[in-house]
Design a protein around this ligand. Structure first.
Ligand code: HEC
Ligand code: HEC
Ligand code: HEC
Ligand code: HEC
Length: 117
């Protein structure tokens, strides 16, 4: 009885840490270490935009890469760019997640066709 309880709590501990540490999203299978994004091997909070931009150039360059190709003058929303909007340069993790599925914060109010990886 005692032994199986110990085993159970060990398993629970293991699954709790595995869910926080699994590297999914855009960088799945790329052999990243925690410090690549978090600057530390024992992270406690989410990496900031600054951490992501160590490898990803700049918000301006991202905005260029995701600029809409066709803008309809009748439809203001057709000019929507996930990296350049009235929300400003918000932290990347608002949309691009690593340990849970990514989500588009804009979707709270709009329905756009683009989805973050
Ligand atoms: C590719 C970049 C990246 C790597 C590598 C990475 N993380 Fe993260 N981490 C994130 C992002 C983005 C978030 C924001 C929340 C999310 O992704 O779900 C985060 C959030 C966290 C948080 C905070 C969770 C919270 O509730 O605020 C912890 C703790 C964490 N990561 C631990 C780790 C550990 C441990 C490793 C190494 C095994 C690791 N991370 C590797 C990007 C990364
Ligand atoms: C250590 C360098 C490094 C860091 C730090 C890093 N990335 Fe990446 N990221 C890469 C590489 C390499 C790729 C794969 C090649 C590419 O697509 O540019 C990639 C791919 C991506 C992609 C997919 C790009 C595509 O073309 O579909 C997204 C989105 C992304 N990263 C977002 C982030 C976010 C958000 C953070 C911060 C949490 C972050 N990255 C931190 C190196 C990094
Ligand atoms: C509002 C949500 C949102 C935020 C915040 C955001 N992204 Fe993105 N990102 C997206 C979406 C959506 C796409 C896919 C666009 C598409 O498919 O046209 C994307 C695409 C990308 C790509 C691929 C670009 C390419 O060449 O096609 C990279 C790299 C990337 N994001 C990195 C980042 C980094 C780094 C940050 C923070 C500086 C960031 N993103 C902030 C939503 C976001
Ligand atoms: C909390 C709600 C909310 C969120 C989240 C939100 N928006 Fe908006 N957005 C609005 C409102 C309200 C308007 C004004 C609507 C109007 O003028 O008819 C607007 C207008 C726009 C427009 C029309 C042009 C303009 O600037 O007036 C674009 C494009 C747009 N948003 C893009 C985005 C993008 C991209 C995101 C995510 C990065 C986003 N929005 C997130 C509420 C939101």
């Amino acid at each position: 009885m005692k032994k199986s309880l110990l085993l159970l709590s060990a398993l629970l501990l293991l699954s709790a840490s595995a869910s926080a540490e699994e590297i999914g999203g855009a960088h799945a299978g790329m052999d990243f270490s925690c410090a690549d994004c978090h600057q530390t091997d024992t992270p406690e909070k989410s990496p900031t935009t600054k951490n992501c931009l160590e490898c990803h150039d700049s918000y301006e360059a991202l905005a260029k890469a995701t600029a809409p190709e066709h803008i309809d003058p009748e439809d203001k929303e057709s000019a929507a760019n996930p990296h350049d909007s009235h929300m400003g340069p918000i932290d990347c993790f608002n949309c691009h997640k690593t340990h849970s599925p990514s989500e588009l914060v804009c979707a709270e109010c709009h329905s756009f066709e683009f989805e973050p990886k």
